[in-house]
Design a protein around this ligand. Structure first.
Ligand code: PFF
Length: 470
């Protein structure tokens, strides 16, 4: 009896003492590993291609600097100050009850993202398997046209099969379930610290090879040529949505991660470094993919297929290419898995702290839902994929609702909370670690962006895309 009681006391203590990341560098890699993922490697090039290149990148960069960065800092602030999950955080910070909605919206958006993200992760895993099997080996001995034809067909069969895309989708889901049950520290920190730098290196290598291809200058032109006439309200909304998606903000992920950040960490510095690295990765991926697009006669507007078609083609032209394809898809699988881990962490932390469910049960619950609903997102040609809602496949619908509506709205509420419902002194204290950091100026700039510019910009983009600004 006494022993049981002691065990309970011990258990409560463990539950009360929230885990934190072990060091500043661990914070950086963990947040970066959430940010860098399929958004950079798959979604960014796909959207740049379909939205006309340079102008889209320009709008995207403005959105990242003026909107995403202040939202990210705001999320870190809310997370560390409260040391709670997204729903509990607002309670702890005495926010008006309305702000609880941010937490619920976050739980909804992360779940929606997980549904289609797991599908694309499944494609990446299947490409890793194809590369290991040696399916891409003969590309190098074919003419360019034949190779392009073969690789395009390979993508169509990967996503268009009746059953196989669903089976592939289940693999990352299972993998993530196993990793996350191991806990925040062991699960997230160890893998990211080693895999991230290698992934960066490989992307740079891919870029160097791509820049030596015949179509390199056309690819660079496409990325750098800014044609302002291509900027439309819906394109601006898409760029804003991507800026949220890529930095994993506007869903509460960074609130949850913020709640694990140590007291001595410079959160503004960390947000800035993550934003910079994430942007660098995307631009490098762009420089790797678009030269290949033009060299091999692919269409920049191909969308989701771009990554899967170009990477094997680029590597097929150099010695040890197949090995590099294997490493590339292995690291991309890891990056996708890491981002999925951070997505799952939002609903899981919510279930543990608000509904009092054990971590293991919470993970299994969320991942089972992801497996069931996620299967709806598989490609239009598969069994479930040809069901349409509002004319969109489930895949596109989940993507649109999360990136273009829920994330910006949630992000807007987050900065409104920080800008208008938080004491200025609390913000200065928290972001300067109780004045131990000399960063008054950066806090001041952040505060101005969070209070005025960022919310106004989000509102304008929204109203404009709804056609309400004439
Ligand atoms: N930022 C991730 C990527 O670019 O792949 C996707 C993502 C992860 C979005 C976590 C949102 C999130 F909460």
């Amino acid at each position: 009896m006494i022993l049981k009681e002691m065990k309970n006391i011990e258990k409560n203590k463990v539950q009360k003492k929230r885990e934190t990341f072990s060091s500043g560098i661990a914070v950086f890699f963990a947040t970066l590993s959430s940010a860098v993922g399929l958004g950079n490697i798959w979604k960014f090039p796909s959207m740049v291609g379909t939205n006309g290149g340079g102008a889209f990148i320009l709008v995207y960069l403005v959105a990242v600097l003026l909107v995403s960065l202040p939202v990210m800092i705001s999320e870190f602030y809310i997370g560390r100050r409260s040391r709670r999950n997204t729903v509990g955080a607002f309670d702890k910070l005495n926010a008006p009850p309305f702000f609880k909605i941010v937490g619920y919206l976050g739980v909804i958006s992360t779940s929606l993202i997980l549904f289609f993200y797991s599908a694309v992760s499944g494609w990446v895993y299947s490409y890793l398997f194809k590369a290991i099997k040696g399916d891409f080996k003969e590309l190098g001995s074919l003419t360019m046209d034949q190779a392009t034809d073969k690789i395009t067909k390979a993508f169509d069969t990967t996503i268009g099969g009746n059953i196989s895309p669903m089976l592939w989708q289940l693999i990352p889901i299972l993998f993530v379930t196993i990793i996350i049950i191991a806990g925040v520290k062991q699960g997230i920190e160890k893998v990211t610290k080693t895999s991230m730098p290698i992934l960066f290196l490989l992307i740079i290598i891919t870029c160097v090879i791509a820049l030596s291809l015949d179509g390199a200058s056309q690819g660079i032109d496409f990325l750098l040529k800014i044609d302002l006439s291509t900027i439309t309200p819906s394109m601006v909304l898409a760029a804003l949505g991507l800026a949220f998606f890529k930095l994993s903000i506007g869903v509460g992920t960074m609130i949850t991660y913020g709640s694990y950040i140590t007291d001595d960490n410079s959160m503004i510095g960390n947000a800035f470094k993550v934003m910079l690295s994430d942007t660098l990765v995307s631009i490098t991926v762009g420089l790797a993919i678009f030269p290949a697009v033009f060299t091999f006669g692919l269409e920049p507007t191909e969308g989701p297929a771009l990554l899967f078609n170009t990477i094997p083609l680029v590597f097929s032209r150099i010695p040890f290419g197949n090995l590099l394809i294997i490493i590339f898809f292995l690291l991309t699988s890891l990056a996708a898995t890491m981002s999925m881990l951070s997505l799952v962490e939002v609903p899981v932390a919510f279930l543990i702290e608000e509904v009092n469910i054990k971590r293991k049960t919470a993970v299994i619950f969320i991942m089972s839902i992801t497996a069931i609903v996620g299967l709806l997102t598989v490609h239009p040609q598969s069994i479930l994929g040809n069901i349409k809602v509002f004319g969109l496949s489930f895949f596109d619908l989940f993507d649109y609702i999360s990136s273009n509506i829920l994330m910006p709205v949630t992000g807007l509420l987050i900065i409104i909370f920080v800008g208008y419902f938080t004491r200025k002194s609390d913000i200065y204290n928290e972001l300067s670690n109780n004045h131990s950091l000399r960063n008054k100026w950066t806090i001041r700039i952040f505060y101005l962006l969070a209070k005025y510019l960022a919310p106004i910009l989000i509102l304008i983009v929204f109203l404009n895309s709804l056609g309400l600004l004439g």
